[in-house]
Ligand binder design. Structure first.
Ligand code: GLC
Length: 747
C-alpha cells in the first residue's frame, strides 16, 4: 500500500487558484460579452413579462425533421407573442428567415430565436459517423470537419448544433455508440474539445460559427443491457473517472450549452439532478452556458416515477438547473402557476433566461438577427469541392484494416475483373449513417461507384447483391457465386443498414445480420481472393467472418464520399492508418468488454490456460476479437528500444518504430501506463498519449513522449484527484494488446 500523496495545503491551494484562473480565462474567451450586449440583456430582463421569460426557456420542433415524439407543433402564434426561445430542425435561409421575422418583427420585444439542429457529422456534406472519425485519431481533421459542418449549417440558417455527443460507451449493443468516440475517456476528452473548437471557432459572432451543445449529460452511454434510454447505475467513482471528463472537456473548451440525458444515474434522472446540473456543472466546473433538456425528457420524469405530473416535472427540473425545455412545453404551461405557488423562484427563472439571452448575444443575434440568413452563402458555401475533398480524406483515415492475410490488399493492378457482392455494395441509402442531418443520401457515393470511379474502364466490374442484410433469402447466392467465379478478385460488402444503429437502435446480436455470413462462406469457397468491406455503426462480433481466409476493412458509414474514400484505401492510394476506439467482442457474452479493465484478485493468465479458479469463462476466451487501438497497415511497423526515465515529476519515454514494409504509412503510436500498486485498484492499462506519425518505407523514427505526475492522477473514493508515488509500468505499442513495456518508479 502506498501513502497517499497530497501537495501541502498552501501549495495545493495556490496551484488550484492558478489552474482555476487559467480555465476561467479559457471559458471567458469563449463566453465573452461586450458592454453593449450586457446592457441589451439587462434592458430586456427588465422589460420581459413572466410569460415572455418562460417563452425564452421553450424550444419547439419545427416539425420538419422530427427526431422524437412531437408534443406541441411549432405554433407560429406563440413565436409572434414572443413565447418561444428557440426552434429545432428548421433550416434553409428562407424558412429560418420566415420564422425569425415573426420573432424579431412581430413580437413585442423582438428577441431573436436560436435555431438548433443535430449537426452530428456534417450538415450537407456528411462525414463518416463520429465513431468512425474517432478511429482516425486525427484531432485536427476532426476539428476541421466540424468547422466545415459549421460553415454549411450556418449557411442554411442554423446557429446551434446539438453536438458533440461525448458519451463514453463500452457496450456495442447500444445503437448510439455510432455518435461518440468510443470507450476511452482520455481520447474522448481530446476529441470532445476538438469538436467544440471546430463548431465554435474563435469568434461565436462570426456568421459561420455554431453554438455547441455537449451531450448527453451524463453517462447516457452506460445503460444496463445496452438498451437505449435504460437505467444507468454506476458508482460515483466510475462516473468521475470514466464518464464525466468529456463533458468537462467541453465545458472547459467553452461549449455554449449542454444537454441533459434521458437516463437516470443511480436513481436520479439527469434532467432533475440538482447535484449534476447545478452543484457540479455550474458551480464546481464553472460552466457558463445554458442547460437544455433532451426531447421531452422533463415530461418523461413522470415515467421515471419521480414526478406526479408534467407540472411537478417542470418544478423539479427547473429547480435542478435546467434552463430550456426541449419540446416539452412544461415551463410555458406551468411556470406561472409554480411561481404563484412559490414552488419555483424568480431568481432561478431569471438566471435561466439570462443564460439563454447571453448565448444569443454571443452569437451576434442582437446585432443582426438575420446574420445566418445570407442566401449567397447558402449557394456558394455548401458541398464545395474542398468540403467534399476533406470528407473523402476523412473516409480513408477512418478506415481500419482488421485483417489482410497474404497481403490481399491493396487490390493488385492485375485484377482485371472485380466482383462486388453483398447488400451494402451499392446501397446509397446506407452510406450516410444515422444522424445525417440535412445530408441527401441521393448524393452519396456507393462502394460500387467509388470503385468504378477509381478503375475507369480498364477493369470489368460485376455487381451482385447476393442477399439482403436482414432476412433468410438465399435466392441471390447462385448469381453471386457465378459473379465470383467469373472474377479474379472479389469484394464482399457486408454489415448493417444505417438504421440498425443510432437512437432507439439497440441490438441483442451484434454480428452481421441475416444470411451474410453464409454468403461469405459460399463466396470464399470459390477460392477467389476475397476482401470484406464492412459497413456498420458499432463494433460487430464478426467472429465467423474473421475465421474466413479473407481481408477485412472496417469502413463504418463513410458519409457523402464513402465509396471514393474506401476505393482510395482498397487500391492503395491511401495506406490505412485507422485504429479502433472501441473494442470488438468475440460475442455478446463478453459484453461489457473494454481494454482498461482491472486485474481482479484472480486474474486469468493465458500462460496457465488450465487454471480453473480464475476470472474466465468456461466456453470462451476473455480477450476480444479486436482490441482497443487495433488497426493494421499495408506496411509493417516494428517497435524497439523502449526507454523511460524519471526526472523529478517528469517522465520521459522514447521508442523506435521502423517501417519494414513496402509502403509509406502513418502509425498511431500509443502510450499506456499502469499504476502497479495504489490505495485503490487501478486499470491494467490507461491510454496517456499517442502520436500519429508518417514513417516512410525503410525509415526508422524515434518517438518521444513526456508525461508529468498530473498524467498519473486518478480519482479516489473521496472524489479528489491526485497521483500516488510508486512503480508504474509504461507500455508503448501499435494497440492496447501489442506493446513493449518497461517500468519506472516515481517518488
Ligand atoms: C433526440 C436525441 C438528441 C437530439 C434531440 C434533438 O431525442 O436524444 O441527441 O439532439 O433529440 O433531435
Amino acid at each position: 500500500m502506498k501513502k497517499a500523496f497530497i501537495l501541502n495545503d498552501v501549495a495545493l491551494l495556490f496551484v488550484l487558484l492558478l489552474l482555476g484562473g487559467t480555465l476561467q480565462a479559457q471559458v471567458a474567451v469563449q463566453h465573452k460579452l461586450s458592454p453593449v450586449d450586457k446592457a441589451k440583456i439587462d434592458s430586456l430582463m427588465n422589460q420581459m413579462t413572466l410569460e415572455e421569460k418562460l417563452g425564452q426557456m421553450t424550444l419547439f420542433a419545427s416539425g420538419w425533421d422530427v427526431t422524437g415524439p412531437v408534443v406541441g407543433t411549432n405554433d407560429k402564434k406563440l413565436i409572434m407573442e414572443g413565447k418561444v426561445g428557440a426552434i429545432l430542425n428548421a433550416y434553409t435561409v428562407d424558412y429560418v428567415r420566415d420564422l425569425q421575422r415573426m420573432a424579431v418583427e412581430d413580437s413585442r420585444l423582438k428577441i431573436p430565436l436560436l435555431f438548433g439542429y443535430d449537426v452530428i457529422h456534417g450538415h450537407r456534406t456528411i462525414f463518416p459517423i463520429p465513431l468512425g472519425q474517432s478511429c482516425s485519431w486525427n484531432l485536427k481533421m476532426i476539428e476541421d470537419a466540424e468547422r466545415v459542418a459549421a460553415i454549411e449549417a450556418t449557411a442554411e440558417g442554423i446557429n446551434w448544433t446539438f453536438a458533440p455527443m461525448v458519451d463514453i460507451a463500452r457496450d456495442p449493443r447500444w445503437g448510439r455508440v455510432m455518435e461518440g468516440s468510443g470507450e476511452d475517456t482520455w481520447l474522448g476528452c481530446k476529441i470532445a474539445a476538438a469538436r467544440v473548437k471546430g463548431f465554435q471557432g474563435n469568434d461565436l459572432k462570426a456568421n459561420n460559427t455554431l453554438l455547441a451543445c455537449a451531450k448527453h449529460f451524463a453517462a447516457y452511454g452506460a445503460p444496463q443491457g445496452g438498451r437505449d434510454y435504460f437505467t444507468v447505475d454506476i458508482s460515483q467513482l466510475t462516473l468521475y473517472e470514466s464518464y464525466l471528463p468529456p463533458y468537462k472537456a467541453c465545458s472547459d473548451a467553452g461549449a455554449g450549452s449542454i444537454m441533459t440525458s434521458f437516463n437516470e444515474i443511480a436513481g436520479v434522472p439527469s434532467t432533475c439532478n440538482k447535484w449534476l446540473l447545478t452543484d457540479l456543472l455550474k458551480k464546481e466546473w464553472g460552466f457558463k452556458g445554458f442547460v437544455v433538456t433532451d426531447w421531452t425528457s422533463i415530461n418523461e420524469l413522470v415515467n421515471h416515477g419521480v414526478a406526479e405530473n408534467n407540472k411537478d416535472a417542470a418544478r423539479i427540473s427547473l429547480n435542478a438547473g435546467v434552463d430550456m425545455d426541449m419540446c416539452g412545453k412544461t415551463f410555458l404551461d406551468y411556470g406561472t402557476e409554480l411561481l404563484k405557488e412559490k414552488k419555483i423562484g424568480m431568481d432561478r427563472i431569471d438566471e435561466a433566461v439570462r443564460s439563454i439571452l447571453e448565448a444569443k448575444a454571443m452569437l451576434g443575434l442582437f446585432d443582426d438577427p438575420y446574420r445566418y440568413c445570407d442566401k449567397s452563402r447558402q449557394e456558394k458555401e455548401v458541398m464545395t469541392p474542398d468540403h467534399l475533398s476533406l470528407a473523402r480524406k476523412m473516409v480513408s483515415e477512418s478506415c481500419v484494416l482488421l485483417k489482410n492475410p497474404g497481403h490481399m490488399l491493396p487490390i493488385p493492378e492485375k485484377a482485371k475483373t472485380i466482383a462486388i457482392i453483398g447488400p451494402l455494395g451499392d446501397s446509397r441509402k446506407d452510406m450516410l449513417g444515422s444522424w445525417s442531418a440535412a445530408g441527401k443520401w441521393e448524393q452519396s457515393v456507393t462502394l460500387l461507384e467509388g470503385i468504378k470511379n477509381r478503375t475507369g474502364d480498364k477493369t470489368e466490374i460485376i455487381y451482385e447483391k447476393g442477399c439482403n442484410t436482414n432476412d433468410n433469402d438465399r435466392s441471390g447466392f447462385e448469381a453471386a457465386v457465378k459473379a465470383a467465379v467469373k472474377a479474379d478478385y472479389v469484394i464482399l460488402a457486408l454489415g448493417e443498414n444505417s438504421w440498425m444503429s443510432g437512437e432507439a437502435a439497440s441490438r441483442t446480436s451484434i454480428d452481421v445480420p441475416g444470411v451474410q455470413n453464409e454468403l461469405a462462406e459460399v463466396i470464399v469457397n470459390t477460392g477467389k481472393p476475397v476482401v470484406v468491406v464492412l459497413f456498420n455503426g458499432r463494433p460487430l462480433a464478426i467472429t465467423k467472418l474473421a475465421r474466413q481466409p479473407v481481408a477485412i476493412l472496417e469502413t463504418w458509414f463513410g458519409g457523402t464520399q464513402a465509396g471514393n474514400g474506401i476505393a482510395d484505401v482498397l487500391f492503395g492510394d491511401v495506406n490505412p492508418s485507422g485504429k479502433l476506439t472501441m473494442t470488438f467482442p468475440r460475442n455478446e457474452g463478453q459484453i461489457p468488454i473494454f481494454y482498461n479493465v482491472k486485474n481482479s484478485g484472480r486474474p486469468y493468465n493465458p500462460a496457465d490456460s488450465g487454471a480453473k479458479y480464475v476470472s474466465r469463462y468456461l466456453d470462451g476466451p476473455n480477450d476480444p476479437l479486436f482490441p482497443f487501438g487495433f488497426g493494421r497497415s499495408y506496411t509493417s511497423f516494428i517497435y524497439s528500444n523502449l526507454a523511460a526515465s524519471v526526472d523529478g515529476h517528469k517522465i520521459n519515454i522514447t521508442v523506435q518504430v521502423a517501417n519494414e514494409g513496402e509502403f509509406d504509412g502513418e502509425e498511431i503510436v500509443q502510450l499506456y501506463i499502469r499504476d502497479k500498486v495504489g490505495s485503490i485498484t487501478r486499470p491494467l492499462k490507461e491510454l496517456k498519449g499517442y502520436q500519429k506519425v508518417l514513417i516512410k518505407k525503410g525509415e526508422t523514427k524515434t518517438i518521444a513522449f513526456s508525461l508529468t505526475t498530473d498524467d498519473l492522477a486518478f480519482y479516489h473514493p473521496d472524489l479528489k484527484k491526485y497521483w500516488e508515488p510508486g512503480e508504474f509500468m509504461v507500455f508503448v505499442g501499435t494497440n492496447s494488446a501489442e506493446t513493449l513495456s518497461t517500468s519506472i518508479t516515481v517518488e
